[in-house]
Design a protein around this ligand. Structure first.
Ligand code: GLC
Length: 642
């Protein structure tokens, strides 16, 4: 193929079409030899029956037959590098034109070595460390044969009821934009054709982080001004950083589902933002247009998605099933199919897949690249920087050397609490639990008791915990939410601690020893009802493969906490959604609304009767083991106008 192409390029150069790039010449030549069905195939992404499940069950397809027919542009969620290699071999050797397949996966916060969840990493405020984590994740993913990650998630959110806050960068659009750009740079590197660079994917376009009532997939409706001020910046920054792909969101956006929203995809994304890569739908989002009520059947769903120029369809196959009819009936032009297919092929060309379809993956490369020492070390470093010290009465932390420690709670010994949602190819055997981290750092000083389960008491759990606390100098409780309880389809109506955990905390507090809480969670939690039982509170999030060691690094004082919140922690559920950059209103609050409890009189201010507007811990908050004093501020003189 290459030789034919070189002659073709030389011909073009002499024939005056030199203004086209080499990639465009190659792709236009290839498309000139493709059938309409093959073009629709490039616009179709499928998941193998044996793949990782990241969405509702779909219609089974004969993937091998589709591949041989040249009707599969991309495959997601393949579990092993061997399977990726054999599927690619089938495409390259058995299909008419041998167009390589693009393999995608959710490498969200690491691949084999997991880094802290993204909301945790955002609390490091360390762009270099975040960029590095994306780079290391890309190196492992590329070694597996994955050339495309569905990351960064750029959805701004101020609503911790929504489980997917765990995947984002918090509530601030400016910080979210910086982090989105850093992750794109980390994944894609300087040159997409470098075999350790993989495609980034800006998701979920758009405003998926603002679902009504914090319920996943729910309606999003806001003014264009609010959207442009608060939600657009991270998507825009990621695109300006060169992100090669964008993924549409499940939600409707001002009454039109994102996957059929012409304003979002054509006007804003491709025209105004000048996005030149390709757009993929989210999982089954095209046929979900039927449930949204904007399509009567799969054919109309395909029509509306194609009309909006949604370039690639994830999983549902309606483009292949109905695209030719839509063109022959004049509803969709073949020119627009060409425009969408071309975007996909140009990205494959930039990746170097036509040069070498096996540049990604391969058993030897895989064995060499994964689980590198650098990845483990960076995971531990970023985890430390992501943790936030929220309270430290009487400097209970760091623990003094020699103290006996009662380590209590449902998340002390489980690797699942370290990894969080979107676990990719995590290796639980190599994941360091908090118990393991403590035993390594505080040998023969730690006694471990479960105390309770996540939502339910354990027989004798509280009495065991009380006994352990009595026999120790300090009680360290590991409480919060489980990794499964954040991420997609994980909305909750309360972010308070479950009652059994509150009961465990209260019982241990009564023993009278200092109480440290390590909070493992993928979302801000409402802690006002328990905060008085806690002497020191360290937010550890879901800190990744090296989580247990990173916690021990901070609790021992080997390192000082340095994280700062990127989402407010509410006092109680009733404050949600809550953000630091709220409007003043015409009646800004000066306190709670009830001025006195005996004779009921109220302040006419924008506040609640019984609860302050302020969160328990605000955006930007975080303590360390030292104190800081700021003084002698100086404002730079206005720059002289030259
Ligand atoms: C899921 C998620 C999306 C993910 C995709 C592929 O439903 O919404 O974030 O990238 O499907 O797994």
């Amino acid at each position: 193929m290459r030789k034919v192409f070189v002659i073709f390029v030389l011909g073009c150069l002499f024939s005056g079409c030199a203004r086209k790039t080499e990639a465009e010449i190659f792709v236009d030549d290839l498309m000139g030899r493709m059938t309409l069905r093959e073009k629709l195939g490039q616009m179709s992404q499928f998941v193998p029956q044996t793949g990782v499940v990241t969405g509702p069950e779909g219609e089974p397809v004969d993937l091998d037959a589709l591949i041989k027919a040249g009707e599969v542009g991309s495959i997601l969620n393949v579990k092993t590098p061997q399977e990726i290699e054999s599927l690619q071999r089938l495409a390259v050797d058995s299909s008419r034109l041998g167009i390589p397949i693009l393999f995608g996966h959710d490498v969200i916060h690491g691949c084999n070595v997991l880094f802290p969840i993204n909301l945790a990493s955002s609390c490091s405020w360390d762009m270099d460390a975040i960029r590095k984590s994306a780079e290391l994740a890309a190196a492992e993913a590329a070694a597996m044969g994955i050339a495309w990650t569905f990351s960064p998630m750029c959805d701004v959110s101020a609503d911790p009821r929504w489980g997917r806050v765990s995947e984002g960068a918090g509530e601030d659009p400016y910080l979210g934009a910086k982090i989105a750009a850093a992750m794109v740079e980390g994944y894609q590197g300087k040159d997409l054709s470098d075999s350790s660079s993989i495609l980034a994917c800006v998701k979920h376009f758009a405003a998926y982080g603002a679902p009504e009532a914090g319920r996943d997939y729910n309606t999003v409706d806001m003014s264009e001004r609010m959207f442009r001020d608060r939600y657009l910046p991270p998507y825009k920054a990621a695109i300006e950083a060169g992100a090669a792909t964008v993924m549409t969101s499940f939600n409707d956006f001002n009454a039109i589902p994102a996957s059929a929203n012409e304003w979002l995809l054509k006007k804003l994304l491709k025209e105004e933002l000048g996005f030149e890569g390709f757009v993929v739908s989210d999982y089954k989002a095209v046929t979900e247009l039927i449930a949204h009520g904007v399509a009567a059947d799969a054919k109309e769903a395909a029509f509306k998605a194609l009309r909006a120029h949604l370039d690639m369809e994830m999983v549902t196959g309606t483009y292949l099933n109905h695209g030719e009819d839509l063109v022959s009936e004049g509803l969709i032009s073949e020119a627009s199919i060409d425009e969408m297919c071309r975007r996909i092929l140009l990205v494959k060309y930039e990746l170097g897949l036509f040069d070498d379809p096996f540049r990604y993956g391969g058993a030897q490369r895989y064995a060499m690249a994964i689980n590198s020492q650098a990845a483990f070390e960076h995971s531990r470093k970023l985890a430390r920087e992501s943790m936030v010290l929220l309270k430290n009465e009487n400097d209970v932390l760091p623990l003094d050397s020699g103290e006996k420690i009662a380590l209590i709670g449902p998340f002390a010994s489980t690797p699942r609490a370290m990894i969080g949602s979107w676990t990719a190819f995590r290796d639980y055997d190599r994941t360091v639990t908090i118990e393991e981290g403590f035993n390594a750092r505080f040998p023969s000083r730690v006694s471990v008791v479960q105390g309770c389960d996540v939502f339910t008491p354990v027989d004798g759990g509280i009495s065991d915990a009380v006994r352990a606390a009595r026999n120790a100098d300090v009680a360290v409780l590991v409480l919060g939410f489980h990794g499964h309880l954040s991420g997609e389809a994980a909305s909750v109506t309360s972010v308070e601690l479950p009652q059994c955990q509150k009961d465990l905390l209260a019982a241990v507090k009564k023993v009278g020893k200092p109480v440290v809480v390590l909070l493992t969670t993928g979302r801000p939690m409402a802690l006002e009802s328990v905060i008085d039982d806690i002497d020191a509170l360290l937010l550890v999030w879901h800190p990744g493969t090296e989580g247990g060691n990173a916690v021990a690094d901070l609790v021992s004082g080997d390192h000082s906490p340095s994280g700062h919140l990127t989402m407010c922690f509410p006092r109680c559920d009733g404050q949600i959604p809550i953000r630091y950059n709220h409007k003043n209103t015409g009646r800004p609050a000066t306190g709670i609304g009830l001025k006195s409890f005996d004779n009921i009189s109220k302040s006419f201010q924008s506040c609640y009767l019984l609860t302050p507007n302020s969160p328990l811990y605000s955006f930007g908050y975080g303590l360390s083991y030292t104190t800081f004093e700021y003084n002698n501020f100086e404002m730079p003189k206005a720059l002289d106008k030259d």
